[in-house]
Every structure is written in structure tokens, then in C-alpha cells.
Write a protein that binds this ligand. Structure first.
Ligand SMILES: [Zn+2]
Length: 372
């Protein structure tokens, strides 16, 4: 690895050649030389600013093979009434609301399209710019696929219950029992889109001994959509929504249920890593669970618009104690294999759906019948 990076520095002419080799490896199978795939990455932040995708490719370097790529569906409003000349960049920096910003999907699609075919093979772009309380949300997703065919592999990360955020969003508050969400998940199954869903398992300051507030509703939702591949982001943990003592046991119940075999978990976010490595006992409990269900967990960074490889991969290194306790098989699957399996399965399905659902304008421009 070190030899390769030195070569890259020595001669920019080597880049295309090296890139070809690394890309071929990225696409072949999970036995490639990259250390990880990232199933959870935000190219842009809460004000739709972020890292140039070509710069980001350099950060992935020879370490990260493939990345699930998305922006953030919510825009933080800069309200002059609220914060005056102070321009907030994060939702905790102002009391003004967040709103759904659908243009994020066009932005991500155009960033992806600015890459070469070989570079594109390293990304799985995701659609996020829809309001999950809107019965028309599924129609937005359909429109994005038809406007940018050949780009997207999934939807998300989008959020239903999320501490501090849900209540700040203008309009109706999202919930797990909304038929609009069912329409979205049904449509994802029809197309073959992978879903990354953020939903806190519990409320921020729960009553002692009470079961996690949203666990049963979430299970019911997942069971209503057995044909949708769903990755439950952060295993349902939040910044304040801590994993309660029985967290691993709750996950094991889901993972053992044949009616929930469509459900996966990502261990992204430094907050999640913090809990996992907080004590040798917590690390061992997590490792035991993953070793028992190695096909069901994915590594992700949850980084937002990083500026260097070091900051981008912070969470990966934070998990060092966990990696050491996983079997070689489980480690490989969580870092790379499960990502490759899920997205390699999704991509051709989505392309086939797009081919079968071309809009009249696409068909016309392809046949050349109407050019002026
Ligand atoms: Zn995220």
C-alpha cells in the first residue's frame, strides 16, 4: 500500500493505470485489496455544501473501495429574524426550521456523472430528497430515477424519528405508521432499491426500565415490507438515545426472526463507535453479536463533507478494538463483503426497472425522432 501511494505522489501519469487496477479489484469481489467499503457517507452538509467528489476520490485512495453516496435531504434555513448575520451550518446552531431540499438528488447525480465510468463504479448514489410524510414521496423517487437513469442504487439515508431533528422540520412530523412511508418502501421493493433508514429506537430521556419507544412500531414496519432490503442506520442508536443494556439482545431478536431477514444494520457514526468501544465488555458484546450474524452488519463512516483521509476514516480506526475481536470471516463481511453483496444485487435490478420505465422524452431522444 505504502509503495502505491508513493508511486502516486511520484508521477501523476501512473494514476490512470493504477486506477484501472484498483477499480477492477473494487468490482471483482470482496477479496480485493481495499480495506473497506463505506455504506454510509454524506458528500454534503446541512446547507448543501461539501467535498468535491474528485477530491473525495483521493481521500478514498487505496483504502476505501466503494461508497454509498448521498447528501442530506434537509436544508437548515438561515432565518435573519432568528440569527441575524450569523449563518448556521448545523441544525443545533439555530432555532429556525429545516426543510426538505429535493435538489440534493440532482446535485448528487451530476457529481456522479462528472466521474469517469471506472470512477463511477466505486459509488452507489442514493436518493434522499423526499418528504417521508408526503403520499407523493414515492413519485419523487420515481421521477429522479427517470430523470437520471443509470445513476442511483438506493434511497436514504432518510430519517423518521431522529432526536432534535424530527421536531425541527417544517410541516407534518414523520412517523413509522404513516402510509406515505409504506408507499416509499413498497416502491423500493418494486424497483430493487436498497433502503438506508435512520430511526431512533428510543426517545432521548426514556423512563427507567421502559422498552424502547419505537422498537415495536419499527419491527411492524419492517415486517410489512419483507421484500424491501432495509439497512437500519446506526443500529437505532442516537447521540442521546443510548443503547440500553438490552440493545444487543433486541438486535438479536430481529436478526433471528425469519420474517425480518430483509433487515441489516450499519454500525456507522462516531457516536455508535464510542458506545461500542466504551468498555471491553461493550466491545465483546457487540463482537459476539456480529460474529453470530456476520452477514447482517455493514461498516459505514457517516462522515459529512470530510476534508482529509484522516478525518474521513476516523470512525474506522475508532473501531480497532472491535475489528480485533471479530472472526476473519465476519471482519471481511462487515468491512466489505456485505456491501458488495447488497449493492451488486440491487444495481442490475434498478437498471432493469429504468429500462422498462423510460419516459416518452427518453424514448424519443434515443430514437432520434425529435431533434431540433
Ligand atoms: Zn448519516
Amino acid at each position: 500500500m505504502r509503495g502505491i501511494s508513493r508511486l502516486l505522489v511520484l508521477s501523476k501519469r501512473c494514476v490512470p493505470l493504477l486506477l484501472c487496477c484498483t477499480l477492477a479489484a473494487a468490482q471483482s469481489d470482496s477479496s480485493d485489496k481495499f480495506e473497506l467499503n463505506d455504506s454510509h457517507f454524506h458528500l454534503t452538509n446541512y446547507i448543501q455544501e461539501g467535498t468535491d467528489i474528485h477530491e473525495f476520490l483521493k481521500m478514498m485512495g487505496t483504502k476505501v473501495g466503494r461508497v454509498a453516496l448521498f447528501g442530506i435531504p434537509l436544508q437548515q434555513e438561515w432565518s435573519y429574524q432568528n440569527s441575524g448575520d450569523y449563518a448556521p451550518t448545523y441544525y443545533l446552531q439555530t432555532d429556525s426550521p429545516l426543510y426538505y431540499y429535493s435538489f440534493t438528488d440532482a446535485y448528487i447525480a451530476m457529481a456522479y456523472r462528472s466521474l469517469s465510468k471506472e470512477e463511477q463504479a466505486r459509488f452507489e448514489p442514493m436518493i434522499t430528497g423526499f418528504n417521508p410524510t408526503d403520499m407523493y414521496a414515492a413519485d419523487h423517487i420515481r421521477r429522479v430515477l427517470q430523470t437520471f437513469p443509470g445513476v442511483f442504487s438506493g434511497i436514504g439515508e432518510f430519517s423518521i424519528h431522529k432526536e432534535f431533528v424530527s421536531a425541527k422540520i417544517a410541516g407534518e412530523t414523520a412517523d413509522l405508521q404513516n402510509r406515505a412511508l409504506d408507499r416509499v418502501l413498497d416502491f423500493a421493493a418494486e424497483v430493487g432499491l436498497v433502503v438506508i433508514l435512520h430511526n431512533d429506537m428510543d426517545v432521548p430521556f426514556p423512563k427507567q426500565g421502559a422498552p424502547p419507544a419505537y422498537l415495536e412500531q419499527m419491527k411492524a414496519l419492517l415486517k410489512r415490507h419483507p421484500n424491501t432490503t432495509i439497512i437500519w442506520a446506526h443500529t437505532g442508536v442516537g447521540r442521546i438515545v443510548r443503547p440500553i443494556k438490552d440493545h444487543a439482545a433486541n438486535l438479536a431478536v430481529i436478526l433471528s426472526d425469519p420474517a425480518l431477514k430483509n433487515v441489516y444494520f450499519d454500525i456507522s457514526w462516531d457516536e455508535v463507535a464510542k458506545y461500542v468501544v466504551s468498555s471491553p465488555e461493550a466491545t465483546k458484546t457487540t463482537a459476539d453479536l456480529i460474529n453470530r450474524f456476520p452477514d447482517r452488519f455493514l461498516f459505514g463512516t457517516d462522515e459529512v463533507a470530510p476534508t482529509s483521509q484522516q478525518s474521513y476514516l476516523k470512525v474506522f480506526y475508532q473501531y480497532e478494538p472491535l475489528w480485533k475481536l471479530l472472526t476473519p470471516e465476519a471482519s471481511e463481511k462487515v468491512r466489505k463483503g456485505n456491501f458488495a453483496r447488497l449493492f451488486d444485487e440491487a444495481r442490475p435490478k434498478v437498471r432493469a426497472w429504468e429500462a422498462a420505465h423510460k419516459t416518452p422524452s427518453q424514448t424519443t431522444s434515443e430514437s432520434g425522432a425529435h431533434i431540433d
